[in-house]
Design a protein around this ligand. Structure first.
Ligand SMILES: [Fe+2]
Length: 571
C-alpha cells in the first residue's frame, strides 16, 4: 500500500468524520447476491499452475483431510477429457500442514512449448476439478495475452475482476503484481462491509505466524472467483508489501512492531514466505527472498519480474521527514532550495535502493539480451508506481468547500495538503522514493535501446504514464493496474464530484491517465506490431452480479531500435 496522499486510510476516516462526511463511499443497500456456500471436500482450495517456461510448469493443489493416508497423484493430459494422459506422478507436500490443510506441488516437465494442457489431482476416492494450463511459446509467436491484477483484498468485496478474466478463455498468463492478500485483523483496513458480504477475515487477528499466514491463504484460496481464474490459466505472482506487512522493506515494515509481540522482522518474513511458497504455484529459489527473474515469451517478449521489498529495499522515508515547517512560505527561495536539496540529496541519495545491485545487474543484462535477440517487447512486472507522480497542490486545486473541509479536518490531511504546496511526490513508497536507482535503470535501458512496458500494482488506481529519463528521453510506458477490490485512497475523501485524476494530470504532463475509482484489471495483448492494453473495469465489487466494462484502451508500437513512440489512446 502506498499512501497516495495522506487524505487516506485511518487518517482520512478520522478526518472524514471530522468533516461530517460519510466514512465510506459504498452504499448500504442490501446486496442482491445469493450467498455462496464455501466449498467442501479435500480439494476445496481448487487447483493452480504457475511459473511456466517452454517445457515445464508448476502444478498445485491443497488437500484438506484429517489424515494424509493416501498419496496425492497428478494427471496431466493433452485434452480436457484426459484421453491422452502424458504424465502421472505423485505430488509432494509443499509446506507444513495447518488445521488439516496441506499444499502439494509438482513440477511437470518434458512438455512442448506453446501448448495447452489439462491437469487434475486424485486423493483417495476424490478427484479435483480440472485445471487448464499452457507452456510459454518458443518461436513464431503472433499473439500473447496477459491479464494483470493487483491488490485483492478479501473483506473489501467480491473478486469479480478474477471472474471476468476467468470467463474470457483467451488468457495465456495471469500476472499478479502483489497484495494477493492482506495481513490485517478484523476492524482493520477495508473491512467496513466484511460482515454484510460474508467476507470476515480468518484468523480474526493480524497474521504474524506461519499458521496465521496459511489460514489467510487458505481462506482466500477457497474463494470461487479466485479458484476459477487459477484453474483457467497459468499464473506468475510477485509479492508487494501485504504478503508480509504494510510498507515492508529490508529491515522492517510500517505495520510490524517487535515491541507489540510481533517478534523479529526476519522471523515474520520467514513465516510469510513459507506460506507464500507453499500456497501458490511457484518455483522456490534457494534464497526465498530472491523471487525475481524473467520469462521468455518466445521471440515476442521478455517478461522481467521484480522483487522490491525484502531483498534490498532501503528504509522507508515518508513525508514526515519533511525539512521545513509547514507554515513556511512556499514562494520563499530559501524554503524552495531546502526542499529541493532534501529531495535531491536525501530522497534522491545514490545509496537508496529498491532492487539492490545484484538484481539491478540482472535486469540490465536481461534487457540487453532481449534486444540482442531481436524481441520487439520487454515487459516489467513491477510492484509500485515507477513513473514520477508529483502531488497536485491540494491547498489550491480542489473546490473551495473541499479545501475548507480539509482545513477544518486538520491533522494529517491538512498537513499533507500543506506539504503539496512545495512540489513533493504523492508518496515515497513508490519509485519516487528511489529516484537515483530509477534514473540508472532508465538510462541503462535507453543506452541498450531497450524500450519497455511496465505493469504496476499497488496504487488501487489505473494509470498511463509516459516514462522518460531526467533528460526527457522516452524509455517506455507504464500501465498502472487498479485493484481487484482494495479501496482507492480517493474513496476515503468521499467527494465523487471532484475530479482528482484531472488534478494529477495537470500537475504531471507525462501522466496521460489517472482513473481513481475503477476496480478491475489490465488485459495486455502483445503482437509483433503492437501492444494493446485494455483497462477492464467491473461495475461493482459489493455484489456478485456485475458487468465488465472498459475504462480505457491504449496502444504502443515497438521502437525496434528507433525512437520510442508515445502511447496512444484508442478508447
Ligand atoms: Fe494494495
Amino acid at each position: 500500500m502506498s499512501q497516495q496522499f495522506k487524505l487516506t486510510r485511518r487518517a482520512a476516516l478520522a478526518g472524514a468524520a471530522g468533516l461530517g462526511l460519510a466514512a465510506t463511499a459504498c452504499s448500504r443497500e442490501e446486496p442482491s447476491f445469493v450467498p455462496r456456500l464455501p466449498a467442501d471436500g479435500p480439494f476445496k482450495h481448487g487447483v493452480a499452475s504457475g511459473d511456466p517456461d517452454q517445457s515445464s510448469i508448476m502444478l498445485w493443489t491443497a488437500i484438506t483431510a484429517e489424515t494424509l493416508d493416501a498419496p496425492v497423484r497428478v494427471e496431466l493430459a493433452e485434452d480436457d477429457a484426459f484421453s491422452s494422459i502424458l504424465l502421472e506422478a505423485e505430488a509432494a507436500p509443499a509446506a507444513a500442514t495447518v488445521n488439516g490443510m496441506t499444499p502439494f506441488k509438482l513440477l511437470a516437465d518434458g512438455l512442448q512449448p506453446g501448448r495447452d494442457y489439462w491437469y487434475r489431482f486424485h486423493f483417495g476416492d476424490a478427484t479435483s476439478e480440472t485445471g487448464r494450463t499452457r507452456t510459454l511459446p518458443e518461436a513464431g509467436v503472433d499473439r500473447f495475452t496477459i491479464a494483470a491484477f493487483s491488490c485483492s483484498n478479501y473483506p473489501a468485496g467480491f473478486f469479480n475482476a478474477y471472474r471476468a478474466a476467468a470467463d474470457r478463455g483467451d488468457i495465456d498468463l495471469v500476472v499478479h503484481l502483489g497484495d494477493y492478500l492482506y495481513e490485517y485483523g478484523r476492524g482493520g483496513y477495508a473491512m467496513e462491509d466484511d460482515e454484510r458480504l460474508g467476507r470476515v477475515v480468518e484468523p480474526a487477528h493480524e497474521i504474524v505466524t506461519y499458521e496465521d499466514y496459511v489460514t489467510r491463504y487458505a481462506q482466500y484460496g477457497a474463494d470461487p472467483d479466485l479458484k476459477a481464474l487459477k484453474a483457467a490459466a497459468p499464473w506468475l505472482t510477485i509479492w508487494d508489501d501485504h504478503e508480509t506487512a504494510n510498507n515492508a522493506h529490508l529491515t522492517g515494515a510500517e505495520n510490524h512492531d517487535p515491541e507489540e509481540g510481533e517478534g523479529a522482522w526476519s522471523d515474520r518474513v520467514d513465516a510469510a514466505l513459507r506460506a507464500y511458497y507453499g500456497w501458490l504455484p511457484v518455483r522456490e529459489p534457494q534464497d526465498r527472498r530472491a523471487r525475481y527473474g524473467a520469462l521468455e515469451i518466445g521471440d515476442l517478449a521478455t517478461l522481467i519480474f521484480l522483487e522490491s521489498r525484502l531483498l534490498a529495499r532501503s528504509d522507508e522515508m515518508t513525508l514526515d521527514d519533511f525539512p521545513v515547517p509547514l507554515d513556511s512560505d512556499p514562494e520563499d527561495p530559501l524554503v524552495q532550495e531546502t526542499v529541493r536539496n532534501w529531495l535531491q540529496a536525501r530522497v534522491g541519495g545514490e545509496d537508496r535502493t529498491l532492487l539492490g545491485a545484484e538484481q539491478f545487474d540482472f535486469v540490465i543484462r536481461t534487457l540487453e539480451q532481449s534486444v540482442a535477440a531481436g524481441k520487439p517487447w520487454r515487459i516489467f512486472a513491477n510492484q509500485v508506481l515507477m513513473g514520477s507522480a508529483t502531488a497536485p497542490d491540494y491547498t489550491k486545486e480542489p473546490p473551495l468547500w473541499l479545501r475548507w473541509g480539509m482545513r477544518l479536518a486538520g491533522g494529517q490531511i491538512w498537513d499533507f495538503a500543506r506539504q503539496t504546496q512545495f512540489g513533493v511526490p504523492m508518496t515515497l513508497d513508490t519509485w519516487d522514493g528511489f529516484p537515483a536507482e530509477r534514473e540508472r535503470l532508465f538510462s541503462a535501458a535507453r543506452e541498450a535501446n531497450a524500450d519497455f512496458i511496465v505493469l504496476t500494482g499497488d496504487s488501487h488506481n489505473f494509470w498511463t504514464v509516459d516514462l522518460k529519463t531526467d533528460g526527457g528521453e522516452r524509455v517506455g510506458v507504464e500501465f498502472g493496474v487498479t485493484s481487484v477490490t482494495s479501496p482507492s485512497d480517493y474513496e476515503f475523501v468521499n467527494a465523487p464530484s471532484v475530479d482528482f485524476g484531472q488534478m494529477t494530470l495537470k500537475a504531471n504532463p507525462h501522466i496521460l491517465h489517472h482513473s481513481v475509482y475503477a476496480k478491475g484489471f489490465v488485459l495486455l495483448t502483445l503482437t509483433p506490431e503492437e501492444a494493446v492494453a485494455d483497462f477492464v473495469s467491473v461495475s461493482t465489487i459489493k455484489d456478485t452480479a456485475f458487468e465488465a466494462g472498459l475504462d480505457s484502451r491504449w496502444r504502443v508500437t515497438p521502437a525496434l531500435g528507433g525512437p520510442v513512440a508515445e502511447v496512444e489512446r484508442l478508447g
